[in-house]
Ligand binder design. Sequence first.
Ligand code: FEO
Length: 135
Amino acid sequence: MKWDPSLECGVEHVDNEHKELFKMVSHLMQGSKKDNFKEETDKALDFLGKYVVKHFANEEKLMKEVNYPNTLEHTEIHAKFVITFQNLRKKFDDSNGSITVATEIKYAAMSWLVNHIKVIDQRLTDYVKANKQNK
Ligand code: FEO
């Protein structure tokens, strides 16, 4: 999976974090044939989980700064994804490192990320950009 420039929202720090998230999700499963797959995937999921939370916090800070009218809706969507991710993470642990579950996480996270960026984040960044132009 390659980053597609059509995913760029036009606010640099947001785009940079999205690219980083995209890279992390794309790299999941790369070591699926290695003996230490479970350990590597555990580490990657821990890192991804922390980065997701950090990214959401940064976006929510931006929403406050511009007084974004859809803050509540956007923040709730973030919170729901964190719970979904935690549940999938637990499923991976409970499966003792199943490749099938790791694949499910990768595709679920990628699909969520792409859809979220294209619709929900784009709406926010359009607002941020319009707000700057009006100042
Ligand atoms: Fe880029 Fe709303 O997450």
